[in-house]
Design a protein around this ligand. Sequence first.
Ligand code: SAM
Ligand code: SF4
Ligand code: SF4
Length: 362
Amino acid sequence: MPEKVIPIRPAPAFREAGASAPKAPRYAGGAFADTLGRSLRDLRISVTDRCNFRCVYCMPRDVFDEHYTFLPHSSLLSFEEIAKISRVFVGLGVEKIRLTGGEPLVRRDLERLIAMLSELGVDLTLTTNGSLLAKKARALKAAGLKRITVSLDSLDDATFKAMNDADFPVAKVLEGIEAAAAAGLAPIKINMVVKRGVNDTHVLDMARHFRGTGHIVRFIEFMDVGSTNGWRMDDVIPSAEIVRRISAEFPLVQADPDYRGEVAERWRYADGSGEIGVISSVTQAFCRDCNRLRLSTEGAMYTCLFGQSGHDLRTLLRSGASDDDLRDEIVAVWRARGDRYSEIRTAETARASKVEMSYIGG
Ligand code: SAM
Ligand code: SF4
Ligand code: SF4
């Protein structure tokens, strides 16, 4: 039997009780950038490290089993803490907030958080596995959510169940997508992680199914996030190949990005029946324009999806820090940032310990 891999939840540098935080230099206002000239625009917040799926590429069941210890509720940022810190981020120029996890819809009363964040006037969205969406779509919309991304890796039940490893059927996710559309959450994006030999033969089916619906399927290269998903370069289907395969049946033309730093490369169907996206983190790194910061479930900032450690904000938050103190800390961390993991990825870095995606959010 292969040795069991223990996922890291890299000590997010939580300070010893009673120890005071080193003071970040005062931020005097105005534009600020990281060491590679990138600004901070996009905040992803993980609201829980728990999930009702065990996707093989994210939370493999042999690791995230009944012995795995998830975070205790007291470690999670409260909705009030998330709202407070989000307001500070928005004041610093963040224009987009995505709630994620884990599975965000398993966090109780998430609508309450959405209502709080919707007051910030930013592009507010959420990524979900869709399992609870049929039940929650209307309440999410009513709380102020504008749009949504739903993950779905295949339309074939056997393949999908093998990938989510929770015996969850395709039909239920499709029901969730319909409920989201009926509730007016638009546009709906559908994320499909493509793994060679597992679901790559279903790419065309997926494109065919959602073509003409207004929903945008985004094909994602299987990534070496975390250290438990057994990633190998051989399992990655390059996005260029996906575009070639779809284009052979439904000709595609490349479209301009909606904004600088957009993760997905956009392709339109030449006959006007909609568009798809491809996310090529492995074969075409997009670090140069990466303007994203992730806030982990317990309030640590990660300036890269492939980070090995985070920067604690929770201690500051819980020690009565002012908005100015939080701002100074965030700006200091961002200014020191030099992340460009996807540009320097090698087989060796892929094997290194990295934070799990379910902990910092995808
Ligand atoms: N549970 C929610 C979901 O699945 O949509 C939100 C969290 S999940 C970590 C966010 C996104 O990351 C999903 O679309 C998922 O498919 C994607 N993802 C997870 N592991 C991945 C990997 N190893 N490579 C590429 N994408 C991955
Ligand atoms: Fe859960 Fe999403 Fe990870 Fe799948 S990808 S295990 S649904 S957090
Ligand atoms: Fe951004 Fe890190 Fe991904 Fe590069 S590897 S695009 S820096 S999150």
